[in-house]
Design a protein around this ligand. Structure first.
Ligand code: ATP
Ligand code: PRP
Length: 211
């Protein structure tokens, strides 16, 4: 049998993917929260898990370093999805990609000619969103804790994922414009789909049954 490598990130994606893998009779032999290993064996000798940052999953799968992976749609929208099939919406890690700003901010905030500053880790998504609205936006790349940016006057708005809205509220911000509904997707390397067809087809079928 050919080896199949599955790319997952620690935390909610790993936890929520476990039951789907279990349905395909794949059980990791280590827990990424306690192990320092980045490649985990499973009960099936030919199936390995690589544990990487959530934003790196599409890249590993795109280049064939992993055959298949699980990534949030937010991450896929930002990455662009080149070289990937996206066969299944797994319906896990659901949230929304939104703009947010201070409690007293108005949606209709675009004074003629005034450029707004937007802080986010979703730079491509934010640029596209404001460009489609015809709004001039200067987009500042951050790697986390975006909610801080409007408080310290680094930016007028942020673009981030929102679930309960508690993080925004705790920082004096409110959700403003809806950009996309988000859930995690199975992503598959296009070449692996051809070269390892039988193993990949079986795995995708089992995971889609579990969904
Ligand atoms: P990293 O730590 O590598 O920067 P991350 O913090 O975005 O990545 P996670 O917090 O594990 O990683 O999020 C993984 C995915 O889960 C996100 O890409 C998004 O699709 C979804 N997600 C993020 N936050 C929430 C949330 N509060 N509720 C539900 N789903 C979420
Ligand atoms: C995510 C995201 C938001 C928060 C939104 O952070 O970055 O800050 O969830 O969720 P809420 O609307 O329910 O408050 P997470 O808790 O995953 O921590 P992280 O910053 O490590 O990603």
């Amino acid at each position: 049998m050919q080896t199949i490598t599955i790319a997952l990130s620690k935390g909610r994606i790993f936890k929520e993917t476990l039951p789907l893998l279990a349905h395909a009779d794949i059980i990791p032999l280590d827990d990424p929260e306690s192990s320092r290993k980045l490649i985990l064996d499973t009960n099936q000798e030919h199936i390995k898990l690589v544990i990487i940052r959530a934003t790196d999953v599409p890249t590993y799968v795109q280049y064939g370093a992993a055959d298949i992976g699980v990534a949030g749609k937010d991450v896929l929208l930002e990455h662009g999805g080149q070289g990937l099939y996206e066969p299944i919406d797994l319906g896990i890690a659901k949230c929304k990609l939104m703009t947010a700003g201070p409690m007293d901010a108005e949606i209709n905030y675009f004074e003629q000619g005034k450029k707004i500053r937007v802080a986010t880790k979703f730079v491509n998504v934010a640029k596209r969103f404001y460009a489609e609205k015809g709004v001039q936006a200067e987009v500042i790349k951050l790697y986390g804790s975006m909610e801080l940016a409007p408080i310290v006057n680094l930016a007028d708005r942020i673009v981030d994922v929102v679930d309960t809205g508690n993080t925004l509220k705790a920082n004096g911000l409110k959700p403003m414009e809806h950009i996309a509904d988000i859930s995690s997707r199975l992503v598959v390397n296009k070449a692996s789909m051809k070269m390892k067809h039988d193993e990949m087809h079986h795995l995708i079928k089992k995971i889609s049954e579990a969904v």
